[in-house]
Design a protein around this ligand. Structure first.
Ligand code: GH3
Ligand code: MG
Ligand code: MG
Length: 268
């Protein structure tokens, strides 16, 4: 793209040598906008704007052997100003819409209560992660966990207390995992932690640490201590599985953890 920018500059320069019409310099702003599309920042807008204006003025002086008629100078100035204004408006609205798209994308992939990612994010992430994992023969482990007897927390202390528990559980887990791990609220009081480049045994150790940390964390709502535990299912990725099958296997382990007394980690 930058090569295209230089090629367009050369073309515009040559065109101006043969057809000496100052308004032709407006063409210069087309590649300039292309650069801002590639690099949508205010800094890039300012730099490119300056570069184009300086280029235009210097080129005109060189082409006219250092003499510009006052009328032509005014025409050149107006051309430069109009070009600048159109370029600035186009660039700034481009930067604004890019920011908006980024923000909307963030909102679409984030759970509003806990501020962690949602299931849609996991699906998008796994579209890329599964082929990479299979190609590099890299281990990948998935933990699915669910808060025990969460309904009775809601029933006993109210929905707000339940929300507070969900937020705090997410905060505890966020502190304990790596930046490269993927933490998802799949819905209700169920979460997934995806551990890339992590074999099952290492994942079990982390799951056990998280389970104990949640058990010993003090959840207090209106000065009442709420006891919170989680059950966890964990499994390692098997070559050829899709996301659904991978989660299904971890879900079976979670089911066993629930049925064998809760507040435990079960691996399959
Ligand atoms: P188990 O140990 O078998 O997991 O039992 P449980 O009570 O945790 O599971 P159950 O599926 O019976 O209840 C889950 C409850 O979670 C029911 C639902 O109202 C509540 N819930 C789902 N989403 C939210 C939420 O965003 N906030 C709150 N406060 N409660 C929620
Ligand atoms: Mg539950
Ligand atoms: Mg549940």
């Amino acid at each position: 793209m930058y090569l295209l920018f230089l090629a367009s500059l050369a073309l515009i320069f040559i065109l101006n040598v043969y057809v000496s019409i100052p308004t032709l310099w407006l063409l210069l702003w087309i590649p300039a906008i292309a650069v801002v599309i590639l690099n949508p920042t205010r800094k890039a807008t300012m730099i490119i704007g300056m570069v184009c204006t300086v280029l235009m003025v210097v080129a005109e002086f060189v082409l006219r052997q250092n003499f510009i008629h006052p009328e032509e100078a005014v025409q050149l100035l107006v051309t430069g100003a109009v070009g600048w204004a159109v370029f600035l408006m186009a660039s700034l609205s481009l930067i604004k819409s890019r920011k908006l798209i980024k923000r909307l994308r963030g909102l679409a992939l984030t759970d509003p209560l806990t501020d962690i990612h949602n299931r849609r994010y996991l699906e998008l992430y796994m579209e890329k992660a599964i082929p990479i994992c299979q190609r590099n023969d890299d281990p990948m482990t998935l933990i699915i966990f669910d808060i025990d007897h969460f309904k009775s927390i809601n029933d006993s202390y109210g929905h707000n207390a339940g929300d507070m528990v969900l937020k705090k559980v997410a905060e505890v887990v966020k502190r304990m995992i790596r930046h490269s791990d993927v933490f998802i609220r799949t819905g209700g009081e169920e979460f997934i932690i995806l551990l890339p480049s992590c074999p099952l045994q290492q994942g079990i150790k982390l799951a056990e640490r998280i389970r104990k940390e949640i058990e010993s964390t003090s959840f207090t709502y209106k000065e009442t201590r709420i006891w919170v535990t989680v059950s966890m299912g964990i499994t390692e990725y098997i070559r050829g599985q899709d996301l659904h099958q991978f989660i299904e296997r971890a879900d079976q382990a979670l089911y066993r953890a629930k049925n064998s007394g809760r507040n435990r980690v079960v691996a399959i």
